[in-house]
Design a binder for this molecule. Structure first.
Ligand code: NAD
Length: 482
């Protein structure tokens, strides 16, 4: 076996191994070969990291916003300078095509600048009181933030959480997804190169069930920023309850796409075809299941299949690759089982392709379209999180809002129609946190997330995302007494 590179964790400004000396290996999903050796943090390492973050907190939160922002801008510059290395890590360890990963790094830099800029304008609130009295809410950081990152976008997910937490004066302990640990350890090195004081950012690697759990249970953590599956999120909420920690949770989804007969099908396929297959469909905001009106059903399928057919699937490091492998063999099996199960339940495998012998070795899933699904099939009820379009036909008289809302999730929904009045009525009726009408744009200023059903608590990104990492203290004074 070829020599693989070892990486260390960042605790209190020092690059360290786990106290136990234990490590684990991450894998290149394109080849199935080992990629990196990373430390397996135990309870003692988690405790050291939380203590380091706690020690760094008073000085970090005492900085003026302008002083903290200098660090934030330096982090953004460091990300841009190191974007090639970061993008290569994400391509190798996550399977993101290099060009996309490079774009993700630019987006990550933008998150730190945006958070810094918006933090400058974050204000407290003054409350109207009787004459001679003053009452106001002062806004400050929560304290030590535990940031638990999912694998679907290891760099941008870390960036959106860390930028918000740090900008407003929290210190943090980051727990990357175990299978993409190397990428986030390299990212942490880039962040630290901005000259942050020791302990402001700490990163520990290990499995969710051990390292992640210990971190979320730690009594000295004040706020948890978590993105992952709803199932794990439920566990995290239980851990947090012991010391009543605030939790900002971005969880699972199965986003309905409502396609009306007057929809612009070319635009729809351009926007959602991209979302469906880019990053192998491992997008929380992507299409979960499509309800397509019978009048445009066949035309839509043909256009989507033509889009799928135009995609280059291959080595993430090769120019022009649109789709690399999914993140792991386990994820590959899970997705392919959903497709096999749907076909057994009566659905049609409308489009897929054969893998090359090279692709058979890696965790590749081909672009796939499954048509003739019904609302009750497993593939339409659960979160597939892969490059698989799940298509259901609807007819006049069907209660589409009821079908869309009949889900354990409430993350986002997509509406495609040229009837503005209908689109806005649907936006009101859909039980989700974000509704996209004839588009799917998420800019820096927008926030993402929901409090609906099993899809989450609170919001991430934008002004609202920044506020989640702050606390309000109300101070009331009778100044006639002085
Ligand atoms: P996951 O729940 O398996 O893991 C998420 C993170 O939690 C990882 O860092 C993991 O190591 C850690 N973890 C696992 N078990 C833990 C435990 N018991 N205690 C503490 N931490 C634990 O999710 P994933 O497979 O990495 O990501 C895919 C999921 O994330 C999908 O369900 C997807 O919908 C969801 N997601 C949601 C959003 C959103 O914004 N709502 C965004 C991206 C991904």
């Amino acid at each position: 076996m070829a020599e693989i590179k070892s990486y260390k964790m960042l605790i209190g400004g020092q690059w360290v191994d786990a106290e136990s000396g234990e490590t684990f290996i991450t894998v290149n999903p394109a080849t199935g070969e080992p990629l990196a050796r990373v430390p397996k943090a135990g309870d003692a390492d988690v405790d050291k990291a939380v203590k380091a973050a706690r020690k760094a907190l008073p000085a970090w939160k005492a900085l003026t916003q302008a002083q903290r922002n200098e660090y934030m801008y330096k982090i953004a510059a460091a990300i841009r300078e190191n974007a090639k290395e970061l993008a290569t890590c994400e391509a190798l360890e996550h399977g993101t095509p290099y060009q996309d990963a490079f774009g993700v790094c630019m987006g990550a830099a933008g998150k730190f600048e945006y958070a810094a800029n918006i933090a400058l304008a974050l204000m407290g609130i003054q409350i109207p009181m009787e004459k001679g009295q003053l009452s106001y809410f002062k806004r400050g950081p929560m304290g030590v933030a535990a940031l638990v990152i999912p694998w679907n976008f290891p760099i941008i997910m870390l960036a959106v959480k860390a930028s918000a937490a740090l900008a407003v004066g929290n210190t943090c302990v980051i727990k990357p997804p175990s299978i993409n640990s190397m990428t986030d350890l390299v990212f942490a090195r880039v962040i630290q190169s901005a000259g942050l004081p020791d302990g402001v950012v700490n990163i520990i690697t290990g499995s969710g069930e051990t390292t992640g759990k210990t971190l979320c249970c730690h009594p000295d953590v004040d706020v948890i920023g978590f993105t992952g599956s709803s199932e794990t999120g439920q566990n995290v909420l239980k851990y947090a309850s012991d010391t009543v920690k605030k939790c900002v949770m971005e969880l699972g989804g199965n986003n309905p796409v409502l396609v009306y007969p007057d929809a612009d099908l070319d635009a729809l396929v351009g926007v959602l075809g991209f979302r469906q297959f880019n990053n192998c469909g491992q997008h929380c905001s992507g299409p979960g299941r499509y309800y397509v009106h019978e009048k445009v059903y066949d035309a839509f399928l043909q256009k989507l299949a033509a889009f799928a057919d135009s995609i280059k699937v291959g080595d993430p490091l090769e120019e022009g690759t649109f789709m690399g492998p999914v993140v792991s063999k386990a994820q590959q099996k899970k997705i392919e089982d959903y497709v096999d199960g749907a076909v057994k339940e009566g659905a049609t495998l409308y489009y897929t392709r054969k893998k090359t012998p090279e692709q058979e070795k890696g965790a590749y899933v081909m672009p796939t379209i499954v048509s003739d699904c019904t609302h009750d099939m497993k593939i339409a009820r659960e979160e597939v999180f892969g490059p698989v379009a799940v298509i259901i036909k609807w007819r006049d008289g069907d209660d589409l809002v009821k079908l869309a809302n009949d889900s354990p999730y409430g993350l986002c929904a997509h509406v495609w129609t040229r009837n503005l009045a209908l689109a806005l009525q649907l936006a009101d009726a859909l039980e989700v946190g974000n509704v996209f009408i004839n588009c799917q744009t998420l800019s820096e200023e927008q926030s993402w997330g929901t409090n609906v059903k099993a899809s989450g608590l609170g919001r991430e990104g934008g002004l609202e995302g920044l506020k989640e990492f702050t606390d309000l203290k109300e101070i009331t004074i009778d100044y006639k007494t002085f």
